[in-house]
Design a protein around this ligand. Structure first.
Ligand code: SF4
Length: 459
């Protein structure tokens, strides 16, 4: 039998699958920890077997946006009422105070990472953004080399926003770009020119932000090979340090705003994968190196250096340059991770605010990892960050791995992985199919009825 061509493989493995920012993935969570278990675990988090732990991380979700992008899959509240944002800052700081009271001074969190995400953190006016950051930083011990970052929408981000956070030590900025093509921007209701982005980039560089990330999306309505080429050309001129290049997830039954365009406007299947391939090749030609799944970085960026030093980590924020544990999520819908537990806050703004104001942690769901979960979580993390995993050591073994090994055989026959007796290594060709490879080790998917398929059809 001849080896399938790359286009045949792209077609064969074009099945939906998780992005594995957690294992188990959220739909399989069960056994939510009590608030007490969760808080106790923060003082004694579990330990990943990969990399050198750096310290704790805090993710703060700011849900507000002034207008709705039609592709959006985030937890947002569309409003122009900035007063609501001010009240929200008070509530998040009150939530942080609930954690601080429980963490004794000697256990004060050594903060390695603080990230403001959304929504749009720069929806908050600069004095309130600063108040939020200062209040959180006052309750932690910021370790040397900590990464303090924010996501920003270039359309509503001023120099004053960036200045307010730079003065507190923020050193990383992530901009939502998606695509520079005017027709695509019109369809997704997000119009932002290269000049507008250039101005924000320039402010950030002048204020000392050391790392700039751009988020791009492929698979948006009306995207074409030309629009991807033009977008990557503009990105190259703007010169970020790292990039995320995500596939658009079309779920209009969950996100009704995605009905603003029709399925016929969307590149799907092979056409969508082709856009990724074109973008990937152009980014690599421009000096960006592929890291894990959907991410690229310059060789000077800390993510690339972490990957070379085997120190890359992955959590709900995506890839981080070192293991960050525990991770505390503050704000509506935010998720925390202590390695042994996941915990998520209320997903609707009003109950979130009411519960915090009543003095309770606003947890609404979570998961207690089983012994099998912990082993498989480690292997999936190894694959997502280092393209390789081994289960030779007794505490990295689990009965499911025998079945996983069988599930990997077809992928090995297609040249995507090399199998060892107790382990596997992703081949250079297999990197594009990392999601499918991780799915082979996902016991939760394998046990659903019918079991999740790793590929759509044989070729
Ligand atoms: S700015 Fe981001 S979070 Fe807000 S609507 Fe657009 S995509 Fe969603």
């Amino acid at each position: 039998m001849s080896t399938p061509s790359r286009p045949q493989l792209l077609s064969k493995y074009d099945v939906p699958g998780p992005r594995y920012t957690s294992y188990p993935t959220v739909p399989y969570w069960a056994h939510q920890p009590t608030a007490d278990q969760w808080l106790t675990s923060l003082a004694q988090p579990g330990v990943t077997r990969r990399g050198t732990p750096a310290g704790a991380g805090i993710y703060v979700h700011v849900p507000f946006c002034e207008s709705l992008c039609t592709y959006c899959g985030c937890n947002t509240r569309i409003t122009r009422n900035h007063e609501l944002g001010h009240r929200y800052v008070d509530v998040v700081l009150q939530e942080w105070e609930l954690y601080r009271r429980r963490l004794s001074p000697e256990n004060q969190l050594p903060l390695a990472e603080l990230h403001f995400g959304g929504g749009t953190p720069t929806f908050l006016e600069p004095p309130h953004l600063r108040r939020l950051a200062a209040g959180i930083l006052a309750g932690g011990r910021v370790i040397p080399g900590a990464e303090l970052s924010l996501e920003a929408d270039p359309r509503v981000t001023t120099r004053a926003h960036l200045e307010a956070l730079a003065e507190l030590g923020f050193n990383r900025l992530s901009l939502g770009i998606q695509d520079f093509d005017p027709r695509v921007q019109d369809a997704v209701h997000r119009e932002q020119s290269e000049e507008l982005v250039q101005a924000v980039v320039q402010h950030a560089r002048e204020l000392g932000y050391q790392s700039l990330n751009f988020d791009l999306i492929y698979g948006l309505p009306f995207q074409s090979e030309d629009s991807i080429r033009n977008t990557v050309a503009a990105v190259t001129r703007l010169n970020p340090d790292r990039l995320a290049f995500y596939g658009y997830a079309h779920v209009p039954w969950i996100k009704p705003q995605q009905r603003k365009f029709t399925e016929a406007d969307l590149p799907t299947g092979e056409a969508k994968r082709h856009l990724y391939e074109v973008g990937r090749e152009l980014l690599e030609a421009a000096g960006f190196r592929e890291i894990g799944m959907d991410h690229f970085a310059k060789e000077t960026d800390s993510l690339w250096l972490a990957a070379q030093q085997d120190n890359l980590h992955r959590n709900f924020m995506g890839y981080t340059a070192r293991p960050v544990l525990p991770l505390i999520g503050l704000g509506v819908s935010a998720i925390g991770d202590s390695w042994n537990y996941f915990a998520q806050n209320e997903k609707v703004l009003e109950p979130y605010m009411q519960r915090v104001l009543a003095g309770e942690l606003p947890l609404v769901r979570g998961h207690t990892l089983t012994a099998e979960d912990l082993v498989l979580r480690q292997h999936i993390l190894n694959l997502m960050t280092a393209f390789s995993t081994r289960w030779t050591e007794p505490d990295l073994q689990s009965p499911f791995l025998e079945l996983a090994h069988l599930r990997l055989r077809e992928l090995a026959a297609d040249g995507l992985v090399e199998l060892q007796d107790q382990g596997c290594t992703v081949t250079p060709l297999g990197r594009t199919f990392l999601r499918n490879i991780c799915m082979a080790l996902d016991a939760r998917l394998a046990r659903q009825a019918p079991p999740e398929r790793l590929f759509s059809r044989a070729v």
